[in-house]
Design a binder for this molecule. Structure first.
Ligand SMILES: Cc1cc2nc3c(=O)[nH]c(=O)nc-3n(C[C@H](O)[C@H](O)[C@H](O)COP(=O)(O)OP(=O)(O)OC[C@H]3O[C@@H](n4cnc5c(N)ncnc54)[C@H](O)[C@@H]3O)c2cc1C
Length: 417
């Protein structure tokens, strides 16, 4: 059997390698980075995706490093509590929610790939340029990242573009599509070693995009000698100024700190935490119009390459993981690769398009938009006079249903209170 060729050793590509291997389908992974190092900052993996990672035997390895997230907590920009709800197993799901450094997740997946599939099948320094197909398979063309020199073309049964937001495979399929679409929100991100706040396992969203919003959560289980945790944070607000998305672009404190200068709460001194960050990165919140088609014969797309979404529902990595499970299931036991990839697309295109749209309109942080609008961005006396508990619960439940991690869809072992 010919190998499936995977472009990109990010979260989607490495998970796909593991799901294909489990299904008995041989594969090779080609990554443009000269070395696969754990890059990025914090991400969250919700129960629908941790379920898949557990099925791949990775839950313990992840639980050792990540924070098993206990609760989502929403505040206004004055630090007043709006809403609090349990998450993952604490909310009655069979699987946890993890808050994790993207690099730690990538490292766990990479180690599993090397052990199960073989280190020689995960290649770094190979930048994909193009993929061609014929009746018998695909030919994928690469350049060496270090020198730009053309490398030997690679033959395979199929090629899956897991090459992220600036996917060359997507550009090849949709040459006229243009750059990702800017949402109007720019983000500054960092990670800071800081004293545990709230439960030490809390995922905080605060404020609103008009006057400044923060997302703050710890991402490593272990604490340093001073009892501090690694805390990932994102500050974001509407601004016409932004630069092309590059996951590693350095950000500058002076461009955003003024918005959060008076965010000194009894549970966290936000500006002090921001100022103590080792690195600050900047990137625009972007997505793309959902595509009606990803699969063209033996070529298809997965993860951000297929359905980039604005990061407002903690779902980018999770949906890439669900794609990976689906591709392997569709290919398993099929003789016609193109038919299998069309089946994958039929299962996943509409499901992910709905999340792309929901992330634009009503992700879980829409709770904060409601409070912002109803209070005119002023402090409130009693949150129950602003928004009812039923409305708050309906907003988060509605998102969970569209994103596929509501309890009815996933099943749960016990009821929550
Ligand atoms: C360096 C980096 C840092 C990130 N940091 C964060 C973060 O802090 N928080 C967050 O929420 N999300 C982050 N993301 C995005 C997040 O990982 C994805 O949104 C999500 O996990 C979906 O994963 P994916 O595999 O589709 O894409 P990605 O995780 O983006 O992986 C795509 C992979 O393809 C590789 N690639 C791209 N082009 C080519 C090519 N031509 N040939 C070969 N390989 C190629 C890339 O180097 C990358 O390894 C980051 C992504 C990257 C690449």
């Amino acid at each position: 059997m010919k190998d499936v060729i995977i472009i990109g050793a990010g979260i989607g590509g490495l998970t796909l390698a593991l799901t294909l291997h489990r299904a008995g389908i041989p594969c090779r992974v080609y990554e443009q980075a000269p070395e696969i190092k754990g890059l990025g900052l914090g991400i969250n993996i919700l129960p629908h995706a941790t379920k898949e990672l557990a099925a791949l035997g990775l839950e313990h390895a992840l639980a050792d490093i990540a924070v098993t997230t206990r609760e989502a907590v929403f505040f206004n920009r004055y630090g007043q509590l709006v809403h609090r709800e349990p998450l993952g197993r604490h909310a009655g799901y069979d699987n946890p929610q993890f808050s994790i450094h993207r690099g730690d997740l990538q490292a766990v997946l990479l180690e599993a790939c090397r052990k199960r599939i073989g280190a020689d099948r995960i290649l770094a320094g190979w930048r994909c340029a193009r993929a061609d197909q014929d009746g018998d398979g695909v030919t994928v063309h690469f350049n060496a990242t270090a020198t730009g020199a053309a490398l030997a073309p690679q033959r395979g049964a199929a090629v899956i573009g897991c090459d992220g937001i600036h996917s060359v495979i997507r550009k090849q399929l949709y040459p006229g599509e243009g750059d990702p679409i800017y949402s109007g929100v720019n983000m500054w991100r960092g990670a800071t070693w800081w004293r545990p706040f709230l439960t030490g396992e809390s995922f905080v969203r605060a404020g609103w995009l008009e006057s400044g919003k923060m997302i703050i959560y710890p991402i490593r289980n272990q604490r340093d000698a001073q009892g501090r945790q690694l805390v990932s944070w994102v500050g974001e607000f509407y601004t016409p100024k932004y630069k092309r998305r590059d996951w590693n672009r350095a950000g500058e404190l002076k461009d955003f700190i003024h918005v959060f200068e008076d965010w000194k709460f009894d549970w966290l001194d936000v500006p002090a935490m921001i100022r103590s960050a080792e690195t600050i990165l900047e990137y625009p919140m972007v997505d793309q119009e959902p595509l009606a088609r990803w699969s063209f014969g033996r070529i298809t797309l997965l993860g951000d390459a297929a359905h980039p979404m604005v990061p407002r529902g903690s779902n980018g990595a999770g949906q890439a993981i669900l794609d990976a499970r689906t591709v392997a299931e569709c290919l398993a036991g099929k003789t016609d690769t193109a038919v299998a990839l069309t089946q994958y697309e039929a299962i996943r295109v509409e499901a992910t398009a709905n999340i792309v749209r929901m992330n634009r309109q009503n992700p879980p942080d829409a709770i904060l938009r409601e409070v912002y609008l109803r209070t005119g961005d002023k402090p409130f006396t009693n949150i129950d006079d602003v928004i009812s508990r039923e409305e708050l619960a309906a907003l988060t439940h509605g998102y969970a249903r569209v994103a596929g991690y509501d309890k009815e869809t996933l099943g749960s072992s016990r009821k929550t209170g």
